[in-house]
Design a protein around this ligand. Structure first.
Ligand code: CU
Ligand code: ZN
Length: 196
């Protein structure tokens, strides 16, 4: 009688263990389900990036440049908003390196130019991907610029991706012709383009 009861307890114990195992399997099987939904959602999610500008010593420039891309193979809308800059047309470019560590911001390298073409203006068919032209700074030291580019992307890892690159505001005016920089003068503000 006692042996039979021990036997029954063992059988029940094994049954409980199997039951638990089965439950875990069921949960594991259910877990991956949301994944296709998340993937599908990201396809329609707008890609965004931004750069916050820091001023060169001796200037008091501030501002930001926002990037938006509706589709991963679509154009990128660029919106710059700048304060505390000298009045007039000031050259604005995406530079190759997102490094603002040098006092004169030369650490940001040259214009972002993945296609290896000459410098130009934003309306030229042949231009650096980083050529954003000039931003008009008013009497109050502020200005905004909005333009659309099909030469850059916010998709990480692509050759034309601007993520991790630099934005430079120049002291002078980009003449949209002179090689290789548009003769825009010194660099007075710098920012690093980061996703989000
Ligand atoms: Cu520049
Ligand atoms: Zn250029």
């Amino acid at each position: 009688m006692r042996l039979q009861r021990i036997g029954l307890i063992l059988i029940l114990g094994v049954a409980v263990l199997i039951g638990c195992g089965g439950g875990e399997e069921a949960r594991e099987a259910a877990a991956p389900e949301p994944e296709p939904m998340a993937e599908d959602h990201s396809m329609h999610e707008m890609l965004t990036a931004s750069a916050s500008l820091q001023s060169r010593e001796g200037f008091s420039v501030s501002g930001s440049v926002a990037f938006e891309q509706m589709e991963s193979d679509g154009p990128v809308t660029i919106t710059a908003s700048i304060q505390g800059a000298p009045v007039g047309s000031r050259g604005l470019h995406i530079h190759e390196v997102g490094d603002c560590s040098a006092e004169d911001f030369t650490s940001a390298g040259g214009h972002f130019n993945p296609a290896g073409v000459p410098h130009g203006g934003p309306a030229d068919s042949e231009r650096h991907a980083g050529d954003l032209g000039n931003i008009e700074i008013g009497e109050d030291g502020s200005g905004t610029l909005e333009l659309t580019s099909d030469l850059i992307t916010l998709v990480a890892g692509e050759p034309t991706s601007v993520l991790g690159r630099g934005v430079i505001l120049h002291e002078g005016t980009d003449d949209l012709m002179s090689q290789p920089t548009g003769a825009a003068g010194g660099r007075i503000a710098c920012g690093v383009i980061t996703a989000g």
